[in-house]
Design a protein around this ligand. Structure first.
Ligand code: ZN
Length: 74
């Protein structure tokens, strides 16, 4: 079950993109696939058991540390 840390990017980088707001305490999305994505700064799980294409290109603001996370393009 692969687990990835997302890439922290400066907020200015994602201006104009859709930024998903994560709420601390529960993942943005929990699916039935096999990839887990964590905040690159505080390791909070942002997407749990999602498929690769579901996480592709996403930008998420971590609800715990407030950092902007982008798809790590692994
Ligand atoms: Zn975080």
């Amino acid at each position: 079950m692969p687990q990835f840390d997302m890439k922290i990017v400066p907020e200015a980088t994602v201006q104009g993109h859709d930024v998903i707001e994560h709420t601390a305490g529960s993942p943005v999305k929990e699916g039935d696939s096999n990839e887990t994505y964590r905040c690159g700064a505080c390791k909070t799980k942002l997407f749990v058991n999602v498929s690769h294409h579901e996480a592709h290109g996403l930008v998420v603001k971590c609800g715990k540390c407030g950092k902007i996370n982008a798809d790590p393009h692994h």
